[in-house]
Write a protein that binds this ligand. Structure first.
Ligand code: NAD
Length: 506
């Protein structure tokens, strides 16, 4: 493993400027396709955390005084800049994350959707007015920003996840401190520069690079009013518990184990295409990836044959392109993660699963040190195996054979996660039953990755979401605003009730 760029340290963005770290602590940032360390990222110390939060507090004081019209101008400018320069950003994502450039572009576009929603924010943060609620009395509500809000994002969507929250929080008048994943920290800085170019005042969008120390700094700061977290379930639970205990609003989205239920009447060619796309896209490093195919017999053998055929045609390589061609799938994020994914295949095999396609030990010629793992297909995976119950987060598709719709549904509902799921069928009645009976937050009917559009909201059930606030959509605006209800009367002799110590009535 080479460390050719030992001197480049990716720092913070504080008070509208790049801020080099003085903490003396760093973590390596890899190029997953080559396995080399391309930079170090700063890990904030307490002084840097305090500085970032103080800058955000100052930014909030300025920004919350901006009129709605001026705030909207900044949002529109940001949208235009992002749209014009997104290709640049896609390459930054690929260089640190490893996903193929077109997939990085897909994540940007899904984030851009939220920016576009946020441009219409005046309609979504306006209050309500009831004239003459009681004689001479009007009641109305206003929605105000929270103040400084914290966003903590995972490695797998270094742009989309920050954009699930930041545009809405900013539109609503808040100042955001983003703590990106230390595995791919550069995209956040690019976004910070873009916000500034769009006219956002200094301090309204801050990037604090770091690890648990930075996260804990946000969780324990009395200035930070809310936490929006996306990441693995154990950390989501920790964030939810700690932030709630400290009196903050919190939305904490966790891990997943998404099942695709295939009924015998489904078109198996279509299903096989979708299973491959949803199982191996972004090398399975998506919280909405399909990781289990529940095949209602007798379809399993035929479906496995079709999926196997398609896997054989997948091109795996450097996400930035190899020999002038973009592959279908890039590497995993680190060698440690690749080895963990590999260990789940070992576990499945030891527990009795059949390894139909084996991605262990996969290498890409010319990129032998890259963190690649081949697409893997498992059959007869026992539901007692950890390979079935735990999130693998890699290009591993497990087939579990079931005898009926009911058996499949019961399996989905017995799992600890409830992020996404999909049913594949041409039977409308079965699909309708499924949407009603399945205990999962986001459901696809012949759609394998049902990530809701920006004007709906994103969030799972059970251990896939802690708290009651989903990401973006109307939920997002509710999360990032605090409502006040005002009861108002202009005293005049006709409606003035004189002395009356009773509880106010209509
Ligand atoms: P992670 O939980 O390891 O890290 C997420 C964030 O938490 C990072 O910023 C990281 O620095 C920080 N963190 C890590 N350990 C911490 C600790 N001990 N204390 C405080 N902070 C800590 O997750 P990841 O590996 O970056 O991302 C992959 C996970 O995210 C998967 O489980 C995936 O399913 C999940 N995810 C969920 C969704 C969703 O919408 N539900 C979306 C994307 C990813």
């Amino acid at each position: 493993m080479s460390t050719s760029s030992e001197n480049r340290v990716i720092g913070h963005w504080i008070a509208g400027a790049h801020r080099a770290s003085t903490s003396g602590r760093t973590a390596p940032v890899y190029n997953p396709a080559t396995g080399s360390v391309q930079a170090e990222v700063a890990l904030a110390d307490q002084a840097e955390i305090d500085e970032a939060i103080a800058a955000a507090e100052a930014g909030f004081r300025v920004w919350s005084g901006f009129s709605i019209a001026k705030r909207q101008t900044v949002l529109f400018a940001f949208r235009e800049l992002l749209n014009a320069r997104k290709q640049e950003l896609a390459h930054i994502i690929t260089a640190e994350h490893g996903k193929v450039v077109s997939d990085a572009m897909g994540e940007i576009l899904r984030g851009q959707e939220v920016v576009e929603l946020a441009t219409g924010f005046p309609h979504l943060i306006k209050g309500a007015y009831s004239e003459n609620a009681s004689t001479g009395i009007d009641v109305y509500s206003i929605k105000q920003p929270l103040g400084v809000v914290g966003v903590i994002s995972p490695f797998n969507f270094p742009v989309m996840v920050p954009l699930w929250f930041a545009p809405i929080a900013i539109a609503a008048g808040n100042a955001v401190v983003l703590k990106p994943s230390e595995k791919d920290p550069s995209a956040a800085l690019w976004l910070a520069e873009l916000w500034q170019e769009a006219g956002l005042p200094a301090g309204v969008f801050t990037v604090l690079q770091g690890d648990k120390l930075a996260v804990d700094g946000l969780l324990h700061s009395p200035v930070v009013q809310s936490i929006s977290f996306v990441g693995s379930t154990p950390i989501a639970q920790y964030i939810y518990e700690t932030a709630s205990r400290n009196g903050k609003r919190v939305q904490a989205l966790g891990g997943a184990k998404n099942h695709m239920l295939v009924l015998p009447d489904a078109d198996l060619d279509l299903v096989a295409d979708q299973a491959v796309n949803a199982g191996f896209g972004a090398a399975g490093e998506r919280c909405m990836a399909i990781s289990v195919v529940l095949a209602v017999e007798p379809v399993a053998d035929e479906l496995i044959a079709k999926v196997t055929e398609r896997i054989a045609k997948l091109r795996i390589g450097n996400g930035a392109g190899q020999d002038g061609v973009e592959p279908d799938m890039g590497p995993l994020i680190t060698d440690v993660h690749r080895d963990k994914v590999s260990s789940y295949v070992d576990i499945a095999e030891a527990d009795g699963a059949t390894v139909v396609v084996d991605g262990r030990g996969f290498t890409v010629p010319g990129h032998e040190d890259g963190f690649f793992f081949g697409p893997t297909l498992l059959d007869h995976v026992p539901t007692s195996s950890k390979a079935y119950t735990e999130e693998i987060f890699g290009p591993v598709l497990s087939v579990v054979r079931v005898a009926s719709y009911d058996e499949g549904l019961a399996l989905i509902n017995s799992g600890e996660f409830g992020n996404g799921t999909a049913i594949f069928t041409n039977d409308g009645g079965a699909a309708r039953r499924f949407q009603s009976e399945v205990q999962v937050g986001m459901i696809g009917i012949n759609v394998p990755i049902p990530v809701p559009v920006a004007y709906h909201s994103f969030g799972g059930w059970k251990k896939s979401l802690f708290g009651d606030a989903k990401a973006y959509g109307v939920h997002g605006f509710d999360f990032f605003t605090r409502e006040k209800a005002i009861t108002s009367r202009w005293l005049d002799p006709a409606t003035h009730g004189g002395i009356n110590l009773g509880f106010p009535q209509n």
